[in-house]
Design a protein around this ligand. Sequence first.
Ligand code: DGJ
Length: 383
Amino acid sequence: MKKPFLFAVLLALAGPAAAQKLTAFHPGAVWPDNHGTHLNAHGAGVLFDKGRYYLFGEHKIAGLTGNRAQVGVHCYSSRDLYNWRDEGIALAVAPAGSGSEIEQGCVLERPKVVFNKKTGQYVMWFHLELKGRGYAAARTAVAVSGKATGPYRYVRSYRPGAGQWPLGFQEAWKQPLPGEKDLKWWTPDWYRAVAEGLFVRRDFAQGQMARDMTIFVDDDGKAYHVSASEDNLTLHLAELTTDYQDFTGRWNTIAPAGHNEAPALCKRGGKYYLLTSGCTGWAPNAARSFVASSIWGPWQALGNPAVGPDADSTFHSQSTAILPVAGRPDAFLFMADRWVPKNPIDGRYIWLPLTFEDGRPRLRWADTWTLGVFDQPRPAATQ
Ligand code: DGJ
């Protein structure tokens, strides 16, 4: 037997290489789990629960382009954020033809899990597009489990805010403007009409569109759903009920007509910081940042938080979440996806330290880094 052939046979018999223990983040590199397989958790969020981190993301299929869900939401767990153990599929799609809203072939994006202390339930929210309808359904959906790793039971989907005007919506905006439906898209008059509720009025009865989303739990235990709404023109922030499974009906707009998606939210020094992207499909663009003293706004735009080479494409990535690092005060981790539309399973993860300079969020590229960066002296958060 020739030597290279013998080597290949031995390698195949040995199975996937046992993963080496990782001691740092390597943004953009293949990220092996405990089996040596690249993490399959795209558009992810992280839950910290009883000393462990749980990563939840979209499971992609080898060789399948497009974004139709075939399997569901993949879960991994970790104690150190570098090394991830495969915990399997936390929420499985229903069989094709079952008629379920989450049947195989639907679009299931950006899952985020939070723990509800009152009910003892883990609550997963995600963006749901119904099978065969492209991105038209624009729904948000919820599933629950008694265990962090699942299995999660699908509860239902929503168009939030049905029959409810956002806070501060002016009386004059509740009636359609003459000829508003004929306004040409992307013109100054049209932008003004969007900012003054054109799409909010359109979707008032059926509920507002909800695409890219995140969930944020505040210090007082109240949870909020933030989603790209109004054809991705305006972000909506909506309060969740105490069980985190429904909406209270109290909601507001953020950056009306600003064309933001990929929202990620954190709280630092009593202020709320929101990172978003622009809307260019799977292609990366420059991130945006906002700050507010109340979660209900007003939100002040702070510009692109990224600096240095490739800042104009957020280092070729799009935000998905901000993770407060457990046990390290004022330490935040920016999580983003480097999408690979031609082979989505090869999508890479761009995790970077999110720092604050003069009250502004900052992202800088690092080929490799450790949580030790948060031990270095940094400006304190002030209220
Ligand atoms: C960008 C979004 O952020 C993704 O989650 C996904 O919805 C794609 N757009 C679809 O084009």
